[in-house]
Ligand binder design. Structure first.
Ligand code: UCC
Length: 567
C-alpha cells in the first residue's frame, strides 16, 4: 500500500505573516502610532491562531436553531446559538472591533486601526464580521441622526468593550417586494404616545440574534415611494427576555455564513423609536449601508488573502511532476495573478478606511467626502467579484481536495459567495455609482485625486505604468461625457463596465503610489521589497485598465435579440 500522506496547508499568525499589511501601516501611520499599534495587532493575530480559528469552526458546525414553541406549547420563537458564536461576540467586544472606530483614540487613523483588526478577524470568525458590520452601521446612523436620548441608550451598548454590556445590531431592510428596490417597503408605523408601533413583514433580516435593529417603515399617511419611509430603531426583547410583538417565521437556510441567523420576521405592533426626523429613511439608512459596504470590501480583501495563503503554502508542500507546485510555471503564474489582484484590492479597501477616518475626524480635504461616496460602491462591487474569482481559483489549485468539506475550503468558498449579494448587488451598486456622480458631483474629485497620485510617481520603472493609468483615466473621462450626453438607458447599460474601470484605474494609482513610496523611502532603498511592489503595480497597470464598450441603440437591440432565445 502506498503510505504517502499529503501535508496540508498551515496558517500562521495573520499579522506576522502579512508583510503587505505591515508595510501599509508603516506607510500610512505616523511612526510613533505605528509602533504603538503593532504589538497589539501581533497579539490579536496570535489570538486568531490560538482561539478564534477553533471558535469559528465550532460555530460553523453548530448553526443556529429556531425553537418556535416551549415544551408546553407556548410560542417563544427563540433563536438558539452556539457557545462559540457567543464567545466570538465577547472577543469582538473586548477587542474593540466596533468601538475603536468611535473612541477615536487614534484620531483620523482610528478607522484604519479598526479595519486592520477586522481584516485579521474576518476569515476565522465564521462571519461574525456580519453582525459587527451591522452594529458599526447602526452606531453611525444613530450618531448622525439620533437624538441625545437614543444616543445615550443605544451607543452605550453598541460601542461597549464590556462583553456583558455589548449589543450587536441587526438591519431589517429587505421585504418580500425586494432587497434592492426598498421603495416598496410595506411595513407601516402608527404613532402611539411617544412611540411607534410597526406592522409588516421583513423577508431577510440580518444578525437576528441581536438585541436591537434598524429598519424602515412608512408612517401612516406618509407619501409613497422611498422619500415617505422613515428610519426606526427597535429593541427586540422586553425586560423578561420575550420578543416584543415579533414572530420569527423561520431562519434562512443559506448556502454559507451558516453560523449566522438571518430570519423572516412578522412585526405585529412592535414598539420602535424614530431615528431623526420623519421621512427620507433611505437617505438615513445609507449612512449604515455605506459603512457595511466598506466592511464588505475589507472582508473581500481578507478572504482573498486567506485563500491565497492557503494556496501558496500548499503549493510549496505539494509535489507534482517532480517539483513543488510553486515551481511549475503555469501554476506560479496563476498564483502571481491572484496575488496582484489581492494586493490591489487590499490597497483599495484600506484606502477607503483611511478616507473615512479622515472624514470622521474632520480632517478630510476638499472633495474627499464626494470621493468616498463614489469609491464606496465601486470598491464593494469590484472587490466582491474579485474575491469570488480568487477563492474559486484557490479552491481549484487544491485539485479534488479543495472540493472536500473537511479541508475548510468549501466553507471559505460559500462564505465568499455572499459578498456580491448582500448590501447591494453588483448592478445595484453600479447604478449607485451613477447616482454618486450625478448627485454628488463625485467624478471630478476622482479625476483630480488620481491625477495628483500619478504626479507623485517618480521612480523610472513605474513611469510607463503611470502613463497607462493616465490614458485609462482619459478614457473614463471620455466615457463619462458619452454617458452624460446619451439617453439614461445607455448610462445604465454601461454602469458596470464603467464602475470596473473606476476600480482598476483607482487601484492602479494606489499601487503605483505605494511602490513609489517604497522606492523613495530610505529604509527600503536597498530592500528588494520595493522592486516587487513595483512589479505588482506594473502588472496591474499592464492589464486592461479601462475601455468603454460601444453601447449605442444598435448594441442594446442586439442584447435584447441575444436574450430572446432560451438558454
Ligand atoms: O437583502 C439582503 C440580504 C441578502 C442576503 C444576505 C445573506 C445574509 C448573510 C450575510 C452574511 C454575510 S441585502 C440587501 C440590502 N439592501 C441594500 O443594500 C439596498 C440595495 N439598494 C440600493 O442601494 C438602492 O440603490 C436604494 C435602495 C438606495 C435605492 O433607493 P431609492 O429610494 O429607490 O433611490 P433614490 O431616490 O435615488 O434614493 C433615496 C435617497 C436619495 O436621497 P434624497 O432623499 O436626498 O433624495 C439618495 O441620494 O437615498 C440617497 N441615497 C444615498 N445616499 C441612495 N443611496 C445612497 C448612498 N449609497 N449613499 C448616500
Amino acid at each position: 500500500m502506498d503510505g504517502f500522506v499529503q501535508a496540508g496547508p498551515v496558517l500562521g499568525n495573520p499579522f506576522a505573516d502579512d508583510p503587505l499589511l505591515q508595510a501599509y501601516l508603516r506607510w500610512r501611520l505616523p511612526a510613533d502610532l505605528q509602533e504603538t499599534l503593532a504589538p497589539g495587532l501581533l497579539a490579536f493575530g496570535q489570538r486568531m491562531v490560538d482561539e478564534v480559528q477553533g471558535l469559528g469552526r465550532q460555530a460553523e458546525s453548530h448553526p443556529p436553531r429556531l425553537v418556535p414553541y416551549s415544551a408546553w406549547g407556548e410560542r417563544i420563537d427563540q433563536i438558539e446559538i452556539s457557545g462559540a458564536w457567543k464567545r466570538l461576540r465577547d472577543i469582538a467586544a473586548a477587542e474593540g472591533l466596533v468601538s475603536i472606530g468611535y473612541q477615536r483614540a487614534e484620531g483620523a487613523f482610528s478607522r484604519l486601526h479598526q479595519f486592520a483588526r477586522l481584516y485579521l478577524f474576518h476569515p476565522d470568525s465564521a462571519w461574525f464580521t456580519c453582525p459587527l458590520a451591522m452594529t458599526d452601521g447602526a452606531a453611525r446612523a444613530i450618531e448622525e441622526f439620533g437624538d441625545d436620548q437614543l444616543k445615550d441608550r443605544a451607543l452605550s451598548h453598541l460601542l461597549s468593550r464590556n462583553p456583558e454590556q455589548f449589543w450587536t445590531a441587526g438591519q431589517w431592510m429587505t421585504e418580500r417586494s425586494g432587497g434592492s428596490d426598498v421603495s416598496r417597503t410595506g411595513t407601516t408605523a402608527r404613532k402611539q404616545g411617544g412611540t411607534y408601533l410597526l406592522t409588516g413583514s421583513k423577508w431577510f433580516t440580518s444578525a437576528t440574534d441581536s438585541p436591537v435593529a434598524l429598519t424602515l417603515a412608512r408612517i401612516e399617511g406618509a407619501a409613497p415611494g422611498s422619500a415617505g419611509l422613515s428610519l426606526f430603531y427597535v429593541e427586540l426583547f422586553d425586560e423578561t427576555g420575550r420578543l416584543r410583538n415579533i414572530r420569527i417565521e423561520r431562519l434562512k437556510d443559506k448556502l454559507g455564513s451558516r453560523a449566522m441567523p438571518p430570519a423572516e420576521l412578522i412585526l405585529e405592533g412592535t414598539p420602535a423609536t424614530l431615528v431623526g426626523d420623519k421621512s427620507h429613511g433611505v437617505r438615513k439608512m445609507a449612512s449604515l449601508f455605506n459603512l457595511t459596504r466598506l466592511h464588505n470590501s475589507v472582508a473581500a480583501a481578507s478572504s482573498m488573502r486567506r485563500a491565497l495563503s492557503l494556496a501558496k503554502d500548499y503549493a510549496a508542500r505539494r509535489q507534482a511532476f517532480g517539483r513543488p507546485l510553486i515551481e511549475l510555471p503555469a501554476h506560479a503564474e496563476t498564483l502571481a495573478c491572484m496575488q496582484v489582484e489581492w494586493e490591489g484590492n487590499f490597497h483599495f479597501a484600506f484606502h477607503l478606511a483611511l478616507l473615512l477616518g479622515r472624514q470622521e475626524a474632520g480632517e478630510a480635504a476638499e472633495g474627499e467626502a464626494a470621493l468616498l461616496r463614489l469609491l464606496t460602491p465601486v470598491a464593494k462591487l469590484y472587490s466582491a467579484k474579485q474575491a469570488v474569482a480568487g477563492v474559486a481559483e484557490a479552491m481549484e489549485s487544491f485539485g479534488g481536495a479543495g472540493y472536500v468539506e473537511d479541508t475548510g475550503i468549501p466553507a471559505l468558498m460559500r462564505d465568499t459567495l455572499v459578498l456580491p449579494i448582500w448590501e447591494g448587488t453588483t448592478n445595484v451598486l453600479a447604478l449607485d455609482v451613477l447616482r454618486a456622480m450625478e448627485r454628488d458631483g463625485a467624478f471630478e474629485p476622482f479625476v483630480e485625486d488620481v491625477s495628483l497620485r500619478l504626479r507623485r510617481v517618480k521612480a523610472e520603472p513605474l513611469l510607463e505604468s503611470a502613463r497607462r493609468v493616465r490614458r485609462a483615466l482619459e478614457a473614463l473621462q471620455e466615457g463619462r461625457k458619452r454617458m452624460d450626453g446619451s439617453e439614461p438607458e445607455y448610462a445604465e447599460a454601461m454602469a458596470r463596465s464603467f464602475a470596473y474601470g473606476l476600480a482598476r484605474v483607482y487601484t492602479g494609482s494606489l499601487l503605483l503610489e505605494f511602490a513609489s513610496w517604497l522606492a523613495a523611502d530610505g529604509a527600503h532603498g536597498t530592500d528588494p521589497r520595493h522592486l516587487r511592489a513595483g512589479s505588482v503595480a506594473n502588472r496591474w497597470c499592464r492589464e486592461n485598465l479601462f475601455t468603454l464598450p460601444e453601447a449605442d441603440l444598435a448594441h442594446r437591440k442586439a442584447s435584447a435579440a441575444i436574450l430572446r432565445e432560451k438558454p
